[in-house]
Design a protein around this ligand. Sequence first.
Ligand SMILES: Cc1ncc(COP(=O)(O)O)c(C=O)c1O
Length: 374
Amino acid sequence: MTKIKTVDHLVSIKSYNGVKPLEVIAEELNIPVTKIIKLDGNENPYDPLPEVLAALSSLKNISNYPDMMCSNLIQDLAKKENLDANNFIISAGSDELIELLIKAYANPSDTVLSVSPTFGMISFLAQVHGIKHVAVSQQLVKKESFAHYVLDENQFFDVAKQSKIVFIARPNNPDGYVVSEKFIERLVALPVLVIIDEAYIEFSDSQSLAKWIPQYDNLVILRTFSKAYGLGGLRVGYGIMPNDIRNILVSIKQPYNVNIAGQKAAFAALSSPLVDQRIVKMKKTREWFINQLKLLQDQYKTFWIHPSEACYVLLTFESPEVPKNLYEHLYSKGILVRYYSSSDMINNLRISIGLQENMVKVIEELKLFLKGGI
Ligand SMILES: Cc1ncc(COP(=O)(O)O)c(C=O)c1O
């Protein structure tokens, strides 16, 4: 028998560490699915939007292939953003666009640049396509109750000059920090493709950079329906970019990349007044949660809080044992938070912002944990 070898750059590839399905966790914990508080995937905690449920239940023709251009959705998005429809492309989650951009713009000798830590998909997809990924490490700085990742912008800028694609999540995942517009202005002045991932921009007080699109040939904005619109399970994202980049991506994408349910649901979600109301509530809950964490930090001094402009809060601990034990304690109570096993993130836990009543439970458990020194 002859084992067929994979291409060389895939020999040591590890599959992406995604979130476990709720049903699997409920079975492991022997509790009903409805008792699980899921705060590990930065997902929207609310029930589906009524407009989305209505659109999905009125789906009739699912035997025909979907509109490969998602024209209705694009028209609505273009109107909302006050930009030309030719600047938009819809995708199966914004992850798909990261992959298409790497396919279209990175030659095997090129480099993709990001900061570290950031959203894992960029290094994963660069590896899948055999493209070198360089990450400029940010320095962790602690000040009073808070921790911040600080980027040496000049160092990043120097590496950007040698790169083909520069990726910045704004707000960043995992910490929720928003890089300044000034710094992005410096980057887009370089002859590199600058991808600004705005997956969480709706939760931020900072402005989107979509309005810059008509001024630049090398700027791409990524957005998603997975977070503020609560459609993570339907996989719909979109990109806003110069028309020539959009045309290249259209020409290499799978023709029917976004299914009918996703297209209809996203279109319906755009018209829902509940989206903005829920964002306001989540931002209030985030503020409440950070204030509660601060009180605990003042008392116990065992962790530091990253101020966040997104729908999650990162906590940094002094050593890896405490976050591991806290993760296990919360897990045993059916509260799922994001634990990191990689050496650079092992001192951290990331907690998504859920419903207010569930964040109260997190704080209660955290108090018990810290008091008991579990
Ligand atoms: C920064 C960032 N971008 C993109 C995504 C994924 O978006 P989508 O569901 O549209 O693929 C995530 C998901 O966690 C993320 O954190």
